[in-house]
Design a protein around this ligand. Structure first.
Ligand code: ADP
Length: 310
């Protein structure tokens, strides 16, 4: 699951020697294992219920990055044995068109999960549309209901990327309970829910953001550092406590390829564990989406069976 990379001095130019002493957490491998477990659950569900559960994806408009994300999610869903239910609306779709579609999918018993790809065109009311999704089918964990459940520590569907961050820490056997954790970023999608999840797991949590004074001083106190600021190379060695687990949620396209919010090489010489970009958090987001979808299907089938008994 995790591999230790150790480059001795002399294998690089001597004037640029840097030891990668951190364990590199292999998100691709952890995601692969998670997806295989999901596929087994989907197969068992399909046998037991006589149909395969569906994941509905809604794409509004033609943002190229969103189109790629949706197509990756659909492909992964199909690979896991889920039914791919896709709706592509034009960028000038009216609020009511999207709302009606969400309602229709909400009433379709074979659709286990509904994913509304963000960002939405500016004329649509994002919060209202997200909250239109039946909470039990909200596989992105973004409705007010599911965010409230998370804040209360009640069971519910959790946002995919933050849940993936926790799974990476668990797979690498990083101890969360009692650890001091800093999350850089307070977005609804990543930073804030990641902090909630860490808090629920017993970490002492600090949330840093764009107004934080002296980020290196705050970040370098943390045993677990989750970086979700959306700024290429924001975090370097001076932000990291020796031996800390560093989870990089950022992903940026640069001239030399994809890179994260963390300057990997210098961070890896201080951290105890680190996730690479690509191949760290990214693959976990889709794996968690699939896991949420089968969990939603299983829970809906259980509700139906319980109603039958009464
Ligand atoms: P994402 O959805 O990937 O979390 P957003 O762009 O929505 O990304 O949010 C970025 C977050 O990062 C915000 O909460 C912001 O306060 C935080 N952030 C931005 N710049 C900095 C910075 N220089 N230092 C610390 N946090 C930052």
């Amino acid at each position: 699951m995790a591999q230790r990379r150790s480059r001795g001095p002399g294998r690089e130019h001597n004037d640029r020697v840097r030891l990668v002493t951190a364990i590199v957490i292999d998100g691709r491998e952890i995601a692969r294992a998670s997806r295989a477990r999901t596929a087994e659950r989907v197969a068992a569900f399909t046998v037991a219920n006589g149909y395969a559960p569906g994941l509905a994806t809604i794409l509004v408009g033609s943002d190229p990055a969103s189109a790629v994300y949706v197509s990756n999610k659909r492909k992964a869903a199909a690979e896991a044995g889920l039914v791919d239910v896709h709706h592509h609306l034009s960028g000038d779709a009216a609020h009511e068109d999207v709302a009606d579609l969400i309602d229709r999918l909400g009433g379709d018993s074979r659709v286990a999960g509904i994913l509304l790809q963000l960002p939405l065109p500016a004329n649509l009311d994002k919060s209202a549309l997200i909250d239109r999704i039946v909470p039990k089918k909200d596989v992105d964990g973004l409705t007010a209901r599911n965010q409230g459940r998370l804040a209360r520590g009640e069971p519910g569907l959790r946002p995919c990327t933050p849940a993936g961050v926790i799974e990476l820490l668990d797979s690498a056997r990083v101890k969360v309970e009692g650890a001091s954790a800093t999350v850089i970023g307070r977005s609804d999608l990543v930073g804030h829910p990641a902090a909630e999840l860490l808090l629920r797991r017993g970490a002492t949590v600090t949330i840093a953001h764009s107004r934080t004074r002296d980020l290196p001083a705050v970040a370098s106190q943390a045993d677990i550092l989750v970086v979700a600021a959306g700024i290429p190379g924001l975090v370097g060695a001076d932000h990291i406590k020796k031996g800390a687990a560093v989870i990089d949620v950022g992903i940026h396209r640069t001239a030399t390829g994809l890179s994260g919010d963390v300057r990997f090489d210098e961070a890896a010489s201080v951290a105890g564990w680190i996730t690479p970009v690509p191949g760290g958090v990214g693959p976990m987001t889709i794996a968690t989406l699939l896991a949420n979808t089968i969990a939603a299907a299983e829970s809906a089938a259980k509700d139906l069976a319980n109603r039958g008994i009464q």
